[in-house]
Design a protein around this ligand. Structure first.
Ligand code: NAD
Length: 481
């Protein structure tokens, strides 16, 4: 039996089967989560489809609900944040920020105008373009920011008039299930359904006939499967996928000035951020100084159980990811890299890995070419900035990137040459509900956030009201003899 329930049609739904959820700080199972059956998924889709009929009709009411959702989240910080830390591993301060950020997303979208554009207003016709909701949205989230990334979808989708069936990652289902429980008192039954289960459940959702849209955040490999599953039914998709973000330091940068920003951009959430810095390109002249500045910070940061206030970095979230980071670091060391800081797993229970800075490493080594998604950062030297930009872009990834230097105009010019959905200058990971976020190339399709993200939960409808009494449009009067 699980202490957590799914939310279907506004009701608590228990299941016959459950699966264990581990605390990554101990690697022990500490709770059971419900395993959704196919019949229960059908019920969730049905309830979302029924709820859509009324939910789409009243925009003001939807805005009020989103404001109430924000209030519930803020009022539940003390319950949600520790649960998030237990299943995800992140330090409690970061968990608090994640829940707070989710409330912020709801408040932002509650006030965001749904655009209407008048194209013609004269004696002949009144023509405007409006945005209509799509119907039921199937939303699938990963384990690095389970609550916040869910609200990147919930807030705009619900504002636009859609209803939703939401599935969190099997590694971090509990905070999302709890969110569903808390919101039963705020949202009408069926508007937000929360189901939990393994990867199969995600595949059932993407091939299910009811949803008209899939909003997916996760890996590139799964994103491709989602796109394929959506194709036969021409479901709309937004795919927020993996990244291998480069940071390019220019030769006029001061390592002492940029090191904090680069370290934070790489190691926040223990490196488990799609758009974290995953490789740093440094001019030869500054190389040793930058490596040492980053390594000093990596050695000094307190790693530990996220539930204690002192911990600044927690464990890696799950065993497969922990094994992957170990493998990529070992591979780099075997290919001649030097661990300027860290370099191995920590000798303690749980999935802890030393914050690692790797020098003497370059393109062609797996940890540079692939997404490590963990606390290990390769630092690569370059001679010529054009060459650095070319190497930064020589990848299927294109999520984001940053350029660091004292001459910010020059840095801005270089940043504009990055093939990435977001290009930052002298900062990394600066995000907000108003900034569109998405990937070039294999890092995704579409964007989330801002009016652009809202539009992705709609179809455009052209409303054309004739003002002529003949009923003939200018075109039909041209073709009618
Ligand atoms: P993942 O692709 O393994 O899983 C993501 C979700 O998809 C989970 O809920 C999983 O159960 C589900 N899933 C698995 N197989 C499925 C299938 N066949 N059909 C439908 N759903 C399926 O990713 P992950 O390991 O949970 O997350 C890490 C990845 O997510 C990294 O690559 C990271 O870069 C990426 N990510 C991207 C963003 C972004 O906004 N671009 C944000 C966070 C994470």
């Amino acid at each position: 039996m699980s202490d957590f329930t799914m939310t279907i049609g506004g009701e608590a739904v228990a299941t016959d089967g459950t699966f264990g959820v581990r605390n990554p700080a101990t690697a022990e199972v500490f709770a059971e989560a419900p395993e959704c059956s196919r019949a229960q998924l059908d019920a969730a889709m049905d309830s979302a489809a029924k709820a859509y009929r009324d939910w789409r009709a009243d925009e003001d009411y939807r805005r009020c609900c989103l404001r109430e959702v924000a209030g519930v989240l803020m009022g539940s910080l003390g319950e949600l944040a520790p649960l998030l830390t237990s299943e995800q591993g992140k330090p409690i301060n970061d968990a608090n920020l994640e829940v707070f950020g989710s409330a912020m997303w709801c408040t932002y979208f509650a006030d965001l105008e749904i655009p209407r554009q008048i194209l013609q207003d004269d004696d002949e016709a009144f023509v405007e373009v409006v945005h209509r909701p799509l119907g039921v949205v199937a939303a699938i989230t990963p384990w690095n920011f389970p609550v916040n990334l869910a609200f990147w979808k919930i807030a705009p989708a619900l504002l636009a008039g859609n209803t939703m069936v939401l599935k969190p990652s099997p590694f971090t289902p509990l905070s999302t299930l709890k969110t569903g429980e808390l919101l039963r008192s705020v949202l009408p039954p069926g508007v937000l359904n929360v189901v939990s289960g393994g990867d199969d459940l995600g595949a059932w959702m993407t091939s299910h006939p009811v949803p008209r849209k899939i909003s997916f955040t996760g890996s590139i490999a799964t994103g491709k499967k989602v796109a394929a599953a959506a194709a036969p039914d021409l479901k709309r998709v937004t795919l927020e996928l993996g990244g291998n973000d480069p940071a390019i330091i220019l030769d006029d940068a001061d390592p002492a000035v940029v090191a904090d920003g680069i370290f934070g951009g790489a190691f926040a959430n223990n490196g488990q951020i799609c758009s974290a810095i995953k490789r740093v390109y440094v001019p030869e002249r500054l190389y040793d100084e930058v490596v040492e500045a980053l390594a000093t910070r990596a050695r000094a940061v307190t790693v530990g159980d996220g539930s204690t206030n002192e911990s600044k970095l927690g464990p890696i979230n799950n065993a497969p990811q922990y094994e992957r980071v170990k493998e990529l670091v070992a591979d780099a060391l075997a290919h001649g890299a030097h661990a300027a800081a860290g370099g191995k797993a920590m000798d303690r229970p749980g999935y802890f890995f030393e914050p690692t800075v790797l020098s003497d490493v370059s393109d062609g080594v797996r940890i540079v070419d692939e997404e490590q998604f963990g606390p290990a950062l390769p630092v690569i030297s370059y001679r010529d900035v054009d060459d650095a930009v070319e190497r930064a872009n020589a990848t299927h990834f294109g999520l984001s990137g940053s350029v660091w230097g004292t001459d910010t105009d020059r840095a801005n010019d270089v940043a504009g040459r990055l093939e990435a959905g977001t290009a930052w200058v002298n900062v990394h990971l600066a995000m907000g509900p108003q900034f569109p976020f998405g990937g070039f190339k294999w890092s995704g399709i579409g964007v989330e956030n801002g009016p652009w993200g809202l539009a992705e939960f709609t179809d455009i409808q052209t409303m054309h009201r004739s003002r002529s009494t003949s009923g003939l449009s200018p075109v039909s009067s041209m073709v009618v003899p």
